[in-house]
Write a protein that binds this ligand. Structure first.
Ligand code: GCW
Length: 726
């Protein structure tokens, strides 16, 4: 039914708004900048800007007859009212210049005479165009579906928030990835694995009866960047989530997310038929097991008709899986895919597998396991591949699986939470990392075969495509543990929509929406963000080093550690340093991991003369005295990188301190404190690493370099039994 909000009298509404504002002022400190609003921060624009936008937002024409269109209407009114300091009127059709008319052709039939070409927009796309309608200048948001209308509404608001003109618009956009999902590593007891922003936002205890309003704001934020799904529970899955009483809770969450175009998915524990169904086996070829999963899928879809499907971590880090029954990953994935197919559900099967019992280089194992299975998966299976061959390091070369399985749709898995990049407190803009991976050239079909073109289906002609981000969201008031971590959620969503976008442009939009539209803020903040990723690589793991973080919790430097339960969980496995040299030899004469890449890439990585410095110690073991392109020795350059990383953090702090007064006090202060923590920890990383390498190589510090502040024994004695996120 048409929503009955009346066209309000602007003057009266103005008075009411003013009274409300006074009441709010009296009730609590107004406009608390606690970060809760994220980038959907509709604070009033400066007067001159507001005036010029008001001419393009005189009234809203939007039939809010479905929950999704109602969400679009609510968002537009909230955004325009807030940004422009007005009470946006509504009408059934454009009655004056400056109307915003939004809808599908069915819900906004007045758009039909415009003969808009919506064919290329698909399900989720939209167009925004300046037109003349019923004799009035108007801005049209048109789409084939309600969700396209909602995405268009958010885009129009983004134009205002980022200071773009609303005149002569002719903008079309549609996502290049179909499945754009967050993976929550949230346990049912509220703990978030690798979460640094408080507890899980899913309150399983109070669900389904209590729906935290936060779920709605979560959905709004995701829809604003085009994220259209969420896996609610940890990939280290508890079968309990599949019990009927939990499915009722999941259905309640799905009901909140649905109007915003988000589907829910669940991580499925492979052994659930035994744990919940009392079966003796979870063998994917066993008829009783197959029947159990089909029944479970039917039960789920009765409760949640648009359920997205399952995410599975199998035979990885101790999780059960098909190999327990000598079946392949394809057997396992296909069994679940068959159960979901009648309901159009999908399986996202993770390729993150490696085994301690396998003596081969860990970096090679996922490829070795999955490459032979190319072409064996059902049509509704996406293989979810982490960006690099090891595990979400500050820098890794792209996973060799990208480009190696043309007959299987591969989905990207990025980590948004910063497990290996300083947890919540370090400022690291991951947009730069994502872009580097997406733009990497696999050469799978010759030059220009970027990872982006593989995962968006262009290169091998796949219709089922996707990108997953391991969420950094928790119960903290600011959602992500820090203001700048919000940018990583934002950038993930924007790149899942279109992996060809520029990280810098995304950072610029985010800054304008989140912090300030003032160039004196935007320029330095974007510069900070863009420099931050290289900084963390330098102070933690320069020149291709990796996985030297504290065993288990992954906090701080522990390159000396050889205590992990498995060889491939010990830092010493990865750096292989001794008196003479350092680095993991993955060249043809070493583990030959290079051979997993297409020939031109393999040749480049294999050749010491060609391998980029950034991957030197990833692919090669070289003497400390190795002569770098710079003319310096490896040791000299290594130390210089560590120092440079620390210096960059000092620079981030200095830049931020100049912004005091230009950014609200609350968010300014939190970031300033966090940057101080980051500087201390960057210094610690540098000093502890250098002290350890010196204990092996016996070399003096390069000229001009400061010695570590403490002894190696001091760093080795540090312990962090309560580090978060385990
Ligand atoms: O990076 C490792 C993490 C584990 C995680 C695993 C995975 C969910 O340390 O906490 O488990 O990756 O991706 O499965």
């Amino acid at each position: 039914m048409r929503d009955q909000r009346r066209v309000r009298h602007p003057a009266l509404r103005g008075v009411a708004l003013a009274l409300l504002a006074v009441a709010a002022l009296l009730a609590r400190p107004a406009l608390a900048e606690d970060g809760y609003e994220l980038w959907l921060r509709y604070r009033p624009l400066p007067a001159a800007q507001a005036t010029s936008y008001r001419a393009h937002a005189t009234q809203l024409v939007l039939d809010a007859g479905t929950p999704t269109r109602a969400a679009a209407r609510a968002e537009l009114l909230r955004g325009l009212d807030g940004l422009l300091g007005q009470a946006t009127g509504e009408a059934k059709q454009a009655t004056r210049d400056g109307a915003i008319v939004a809808g599908t052709l069915a819900s906004a039939p007045q758009l039909v005479p415009l003969k808009l070409d919506l064919r290329a927009l698909g399900n989720d796309g939209f167009l925004i165009r300046s037109v003349t309608l019923d004799g009035h200048a108007a801005t049209v948001i048109a789409a084939n579906t309600d969700i396209g209308v909602l995405y268009g509404a958010f885009r129009l608001l983004r134009l205002v928030q980022t200071g773009q003109p609303l005149a002569q618009l002719d903008l079309r956009d549609a996502p290049r990835e179909k499945v754009r999902v967050l993976n929550h590593w949230d346990n049912l007891d509220g703990h978030v694995e690798r979460g640094y922003a408080g507890n899980s936002i899913w309150d399983w205890w109070k669900l389904p009866d209590y729906l935290d309003p936060r779920y709605t704001d979560y959905a709004r934020a995701n829809a604003s960047v085009g994220i259209n799904g969420a896996v609610l529970n940890n990939v280290n899955a508890n079968a309990t989530i599949l019990r009927h009483e939990y499915l009722l809770k999941v259905a309640a969450v799905a009901g909140v997310l649905r109007p915003y175009g988000m589907r829910v998915y669940l991580s499925a524990r492979f052994s659930a038929p035994m744990e919940l169904g009392g079966l003796k086996t979870a063998d994917p070829l066993d008829p009783a097991v197959r029947t159990w999963w089909r029944g479970k899928a039917d039960e789920i879809y009765k409760l949640i008709p648009d359920f997205g499907g399952f995410l599975v971590k199998a035979n990885s880090e101790g999780q059960p899986g098909p190999q327990d029954y000598h079946r392949s990953h394809a057997d396992g994935a296909n069994m679940l895919a068959d159960a979901l197919a009648p309901h159009s559900g999908i399986v996202m099967w993770r390729a993150f597998v490696y085994s301690n019992e396998n003596p081969d280089d860990r970096a090679k194992q996922a490829y070795t396991e999955f490459k032979p299975l190319d072409g064996q998966f059902r049509r509704n299976v996406l293989l979810q591949v982490k960006n690099g061959p090891i595990d979400f390091q500050p820098r890794e070369p792209f996973s060799p699986l990208f480009g190696a399985m043309p007959r299987t749709p591969l989905m990207m898995e990025f980590q948004v939470t910063k497990e290996y990049l300083g947890f919540a407190t370090h400022l690291v803009y991951l947009g730069a990392l994502y872009e580097e991976v997406l733009q990497a050239d696999t050469y799978a079909r010759g030059k220009g075969s970027t990872v982006a073109k593989i995962i968006d289906g262009e290169l091998d002609n796949h219709a089922l495509t996707g990108m997953a981000g391991v969420a950094n969201i928790g119960s903290d008031r600011d959602w992500c543990g820090s203001t700048f971590n919000q940018a990583n959620w934002y950038a993930f969503g924007r790149l899942a929509w279109n992996p060809a976008q520029s990280a810098r442009d995304i950072a610029t939009d985010w800054t304008r929406m989140t912090l300030s539209r003032d160039d004196a803020v935007v320029k330095p903040v974007v510069a900070m963000m863009m420099a931050s990723r290289e900084a963390v690589v330098d102070y933690m793991t320069p020149l291709g080093l990796h996985h030297l973080m504290g065993t288990g919790h992954h906090y701080g430097p522990m390159p000396w550690d050889a205590s992990g339960a498995r060889a491939d969980w010990r830092p010493v496995y990865y750096h292989r340093a001794d008196r003479n040299g350092i680095g993991f030899d993955r060249s043809r004469t070493g583990s030959n991991a290079v051979a997993q890449y297409a020939a031109p890439v393999a040749a480049q990585f294999d050749d010491l003369k060609q391998v980029p410095d950034a991957y030197l110690l990833w692919f090669h073991h070289v003497p400390w005295t190795y002569r770098m392109r710079s003319g310096h020795t490896l040791w000299e350059d290594l130390v210089a990188h560590y120092t440079h990383g620390v210096d960059e953090v000092k620079q981030l702090r200095a830049t931020w301190s100049k912004l005091q007064g230009r950014i609200d006090a609350q968010r300014y202060a939190k970031t300033a404190s966090f940057l101080a923590i980051q500087q201390n920890e960057a210094q610690w990383w540098r000093d502890a690493s250098i002290a350890y390498w010196q204990s092996l190589n016996g070399l003096p510090l390069p000229a001009g370099q400061k010695p570590p502040a403490r002894t190696l024994d001091y760093y080795k004695a540090l312990a962090f039994p309560n580090a978060p996120g385990r």
